[in-house]
Design a protein around this ligand. Structure first.
Ligand code: NAI
Ligand code: 15L
Length: 268
């Protein structure tokens, strides 16, 4: 039976805002959680992941959790520790205490960001490539994946850890042509992750069916995901403006792109 009431953490953020529109048509009732208030959503829970009491109340009686909350760019280690590492631990503890059986964790390509990107035509990066973070941010996503693995083995809580590429309305760089996840495909993948029968702990790359794909989508497809979009529609225009990817540019040589050289910073 499909989970119906789903806690969406990070609901005020970029992906959260897109999913607040795109998930309800699949039949979900979303409970929203973020440290920032959300315009027009008086019932949203405004709390920090450090607030264990608020988290426990937030997960009570939900069928599943989509965990997007956290710092989504590079930041000083202490901030990543608090929001992404301790925060994700608090979330799993709340899930365990309240008996929630299914989590979808927003991991990131930056958990493996220092992996060299495939050369044109060479084999796609496999899901079991070793963690190779490009930032403290990416390190925290590797931690989240391992935490999910532990809570599956120890407590039977299932998680789909989705290594999201770039989820925006459209790709804005040549790198993104390879890793773009359209919002509609993101909703498809979340729905698949919430309804798949046997998830255990599944790690999956999360992108659309891009012509220039860098990684293996088979574990995502095994969850029932059938991507419908391809960034190729935007390729000619982006390449005309920015040029092809080159092996002379360090921003182009690894999966994590600029996170490997000059990572974008969390502003706070
Ligand atoms: P975002 O930065 O727009 O949203 C994150 C949300 O989490 C924000 O609304 C923020 O207020 C909330 N948050 C941060 N720390 C918190 C805390 N301690 N307690 C409660 N709420 C907190 O990020 P975006 O782009 O929406 O990404 C969502 C998730 O997906 C993040 O975990 C990010 O790391 C991950 N991701 C996103 C990608 C993308 O392309 N947008 C790519 C790969 C991963
Ligand atoms: C991420 O993990 C970030 O959260 C997002 O802001 C994008 O920069 C994305 O990766 C990316 O690699 O493009």
């Amino acid at each position: 039976e499909a989970p119906r009431t789903v806690l969406l953490t990070g609901a005020a953020g970029g992906v959260g805002t897109l999913m607040r529109e795109l998930l309800p048509p699949y039949g979900y009732r979303l409970r929203l959680f973020d440290q920032r208030p959300i315009d027009g959503e008086p019932d949203a829970i405004t709390a920090d992941l450090a607030d264990r009491k608020a988290l426990r109340e937030a997960v009570r009686d939900v069928d599943a959790i989509i965990h997007l909350a956290g710092i989504s760019l590079e930041a000083p280690f202490e901030q990543i520790l608090r929001a992404n590492i301790e925060g994700t631990h608090h979330l799993y503890e709340a899930a365990r205490e309240e008996g929630v059986r299914r989590v979808v964790f927003a991991s990131s390509n930056h958990a493996v960001g220092f992996t060299p990107r495939p050369a044109d035509g060479s084999a796609a990066i496999p899901v079991d490539t070793p963690h190779r973070p490009d930032t403290f941010y990416g390190l925290s996503k590797g931690f989240g994946e391992d935490l999910a693995s532990l809570y599956w083995d120890l407590h039977g809580i299932e998680t789909a850890s989705l290594r999201i590429g770039s989820c925006y309305p459209r790709p804005t760089s040549v790198r993104m042509l390879s890793i773009w996840l359209s919002p509609a495909d993101c909703a498809r993948l979340l729905h698949a992750s919430l309804t798949a029968k046997d998830v255990g702990h599944t790690v999956a790359y999360a992108s659309s069916a891009n012509t220039r794909l860098w990684w293996d989508l088979s574990t995502a497809r095994a969850l029932g995901y059938d991507p419908q979009d391809d960034s190729e529609t935007y390729a000619a225009q982006l390449i005309a403006a920015q040029g092809e990817l080159s092996w002379d540019n360090p921003e182009h040589t690894h999966l994590g792109g600029a996170f490997c050289t000059d990572p974008p910073r969390w502003p706070h």
